[in-house]
Design a binder for this molecule. Structure first.
Ligand SMILES: Cc1cc2nc3c(=O)[nH]c(=O)nc-3n(C[C@H](O)[C@H](O)[C@H](O)COP(=O)(O)OP(=O)(O)OC[C@H]3O[C@@H](n4cnc5c(N)ncnc54)[C@H](O)[C@@H]3O)c2cc1C
Length: 667
């Protein structure tokens, strides 16, 4: 018997006895339910005690969660979750007082079961925790709804996002349990015999307006930021909508998390197994994708040769990307390559987009930057953090090229140190007033919408920033400079704009207040990898140009390529090409698999831009004086490449990021 049932007077005592950890497997929960129904229907039973043999319970069965992850769809997972939640709901709605008598471990599903009881008494040695985040998951048996009721919204979110273990004394201070006692058995007898009336108390319901922006900072730091976001969403739904809606959303989000590769990998690591099915299907998918990616590469290469190359001189001179080219790229689907089919994309993720970035940069840096700012920054921000309504409005039209976007974090006084931006967002009825100036914004003057980072509290640093989608036609929005005169990227428009009491409606808040910095960092994490792909394209172009040159150029009656010092440079160029190409595409695949890649993205950005710099210098050197003359493509490649070490975070900033992550891992 996995759930024991004894009686003491008019009390029914249920004991979970599934040693060593009293795991709440499906079988245990089914048996638990049967005993519970028996006690519910027994009129002689006036109070129910729930306890565990030795310890209370370490929660759900991770092996069973792993099996759920292999079902492949949320529809298939939800009935199992519903079954588990029915048991917990039955405890809450038993129609009689219920006491959780907690000894030792009370984690995850165990804690969720205890929280559904009307009274919680714990021995001093009890330890409480919602550890799901460590597996990239969220609580799935009502934790996101019941924990906020007991300990308040902010504390609940903090506990779930950090997975912190707390002792009985702290649990009592926070309100998670009603009392902590030296001897659980003595306390139970006392409760049942002398203090019955306190069991009739009603459940505390916390209300008010939770300040989720405070706790959102924990989500940024989480090992699994998307799981942390799911926790925030489920808690918010319970507060702003209803508990029933909150429960429903929690189950959906739990099911969705279980299906992510990062959660499956974390679960497999915990169980010390390989995730075989995922691996197999991934291999098949990779095979399919590899074919599609090859075709995409060919298509972009042909387009670049036929449509972009002949217009480069004109575009460089006119300081713009021709509008018909912007339109044609949209018609060919370039802008939708990384995004899901649901929004009109091709679903090829970051590896797909890297090919676009590489092939465009191989031919024309300015076109690559125009597409990068629109797709990899503006549209991607909406894709990653937007509401469904925002995606329908900005992403779908962005993919079709009906709207062009830009991404604005840099200001005249702040570029690297984004925590100190000055652009302010002030809450007003129905939206926000934005005031401030942004500069060096790629696509600024040709955009329809801008993703703008702003500060909601001048004292709050990066914890109170918010990201907004600003329609360029909004009142108070002014382009103050169409484009800067630059060393290179002559056809890319690099603008400045000012916002004076520029009204942005609430529906255009991207993510939550307090998450702005996090949105910016997550968008940069993936875009830095595609920037690396642009560097690969530029290195390939430099190699092609150099090979052409050394075949033609004669030195002392022999082609230049015959000289050993030339061959040394060619060897170095090819080694750089191989190094950064492998690094970029490997990291893009890592990103797509759901792995955390903040450090790796910074490494890609640093290594690829620094090596590009070296490669272009070498290639230009091989060209001799001709390399300095505009008639040769290497001169433009040289001018266009330099900025890669600066934008989207300078090389110095990347090194600081890499060191920070390294120290986090090592100290
Ligand atoms: C062509 C072009 C296009 C751009 N497009 C966009 C765009 O679309 N959107 C956008 O928001 N921005 C854009 N930018 C701006 C770009 O991202 C910034 O220029 C860049 O982040 C650096 O900021 P900064 O110019 O303010 O330099 P600063 O931050 O002032 O840095 C100056 C120097 O100090 C170094 N430094 C900074 N912090 C530290 C530190 N802690 N320790 C040591 N050294 C440090 C930097 O590495 C740099 O060498 C673009 C810039 C250019 C040139």
């Amino acid at each position: 018997m996995l759930v024991g049932l004894t009686r003491r007077g008019d009390a029914g005592i249920l004991k979970i006895q599934n040693p060593p950890h009293n795991i709440l497997s499906g079988v245990v929960l089914r048996e638990f339910r049967e005993r519970l129904v028996e006690l519910k229907n027994d009129a002689a039973v006036k109070v129910v005690v729930i306890a565990g043999q030795g310890i209370f319970s370490a929660g759900a069965d991770v092996k069973e969660i792993y099996q759920l992850s292999q079902l492949g769809s949320t529809e298939k997972i939800l009935p199992f979750l519903q079954e588990a939640n029915d048991v917990v709901d039955l405890v809450e709605n038993l129609g009689k007082p219920t006491i959780a008598a907690i000894d030792g471990i009370c984690w995850g599903g165990g804690n969720e079961l205890a929280m559904a009881c009307s009274y919680r008494v714990a021995a001093k040695n009890a330890i409480f925790c919602q550890p799901e985040i460590g597996l990239g998951l969220i609580p799935g048996m009502g934790g996101t709804q019941r924990l906020p009721q007991l300990v308040g919204c902010e504390e609940a979110v903090r506990l779930m996002i950090t997975g912190e273990k707390i002792n009985a004394a702290k649990a009592q201070t926070l309100g998670l349990i009603d009392e902590s006692v030296p001897d659980l058995n003595v306390a139970l007898v006392d409760l049942l015999d002398h203090r019955r009336e306190i069991l009739e108390k009603t459940r505390p319901v916390r209300s008010g307006n939770p300040n989720l922006s405070e706790v959102a900072a924990f989500a940024v730091k989480s090992q699994f930021p998307q799981a942390a976001d799911a926790i925030l969403s489920a808690v918010s739904a319970g507060y702003s909508d209803s508990l029933a809606k909150g429960h429903e959303l929690e189950q959906k989000l739990f099911a969705a998390r279980v299906l992510t590769q990062e959660a499956q990998e974390a679960i497999a690591r915990f169980l010390k197994i390989q995730p075989p099915q995922q691996k197999a299907s991934q291999t098949e998918k990779n095979g399919d994708d590899a074919e599609t990616l090859k075709e995409i590469r060919q298509m972009i290469r042909e387009f670049a040769a036929e449509k972009i190359e002949p217009k480069i001189a004109q575009m460089e001179k006119e300081r713009r990307i021709l509008p018909e080219l912007i339109k044609e790229m949209a018609e060919l689907g370039f802008y939708g390559i990384p995004f899901s089919e649901k929004y009109g994309g091709l679903g090829l993720g970051l590896p797909g987009y890297c090919i676009v970035a590489e092939e465009l940069a191989r031919v024309h840096g300015s076109t690559a930057v125009m597409v990068g700012a629109h797709v990899s920054l503006a549209c991607k921000a909406v894709y990653m953090f937007g509401t469904e309504e925002q995606k329908q409005k900005y992403l779908v039209s962005g993919i079709k090229g009906e709207k062009i976007g830009c991404y604005a974090t840099t200001e005249p006084s702040v570029g690297s140190d984004l925590a100190n931006i000055k652009t302010s967002a002030k809450k007003v009825d129905g939206g926000w007033f934005i005031n401030g100036t942004k500069q060096f914004i790629s696509n600024g003057a040709i955009s329809d919408f801008a993703i703008v980072l702003a500060q909601t509290d001048p004292m709050g640093g990066n914890r109170t920033q918010a990201m907004f989608i600003v329609d360029i036609k909004s009142k108070g929005f002014h382009i103050t400079k169409e484009t800067e005169e630059k060393i290179g990227l002559h056809a890319s428009c690099t603008s400045a704009f000012a916002m004076d009491d520029c009204f942005v409606p609430d529906v255009n808040l991207l993510g939550q207040v307090g998450q702005g910095f996090k949105v910016a960092m997550h968008v940069f994490n993936q875009s830095r990898i595609s920037l690396g792909a642009g560097c690969v394209g530029a290195v390939k172009a430099a190699i092609e140009e150099t090979i052409k040159y050394v075949k033609d150029r004669q030195i002392g009656g022999e082609p230049l390529w015959t000289k050993q010092l030339t061959q040394e440079k060619l060897g170095e160029l090819e080694a750089i090409r191989y190094l950064i190409e492998t690094l970029v595409y490997e990291t893009a695949r890592l990103y797509e698999s759901g792995s955390k890649i903040q450090k790796e993205a910074a490494i890609v950005k640093y290594v690829s831009s620094e090596f590009l710099d070296k490669a272009i210098n070498l290639a230009l050197q091989v060209h001799g004086g001709s390399g300095y003359i505009e008639d040769y493509k290497i001169a433009r490649l040289y001018r266009d490449s330099r900025v890669n070490r600066i934008f989207e975070g300078t090389s110095e900033v990347q090194l600081l990021l890499i060191a920070k992550e390294l120290l986090k891992e090592s100290l």
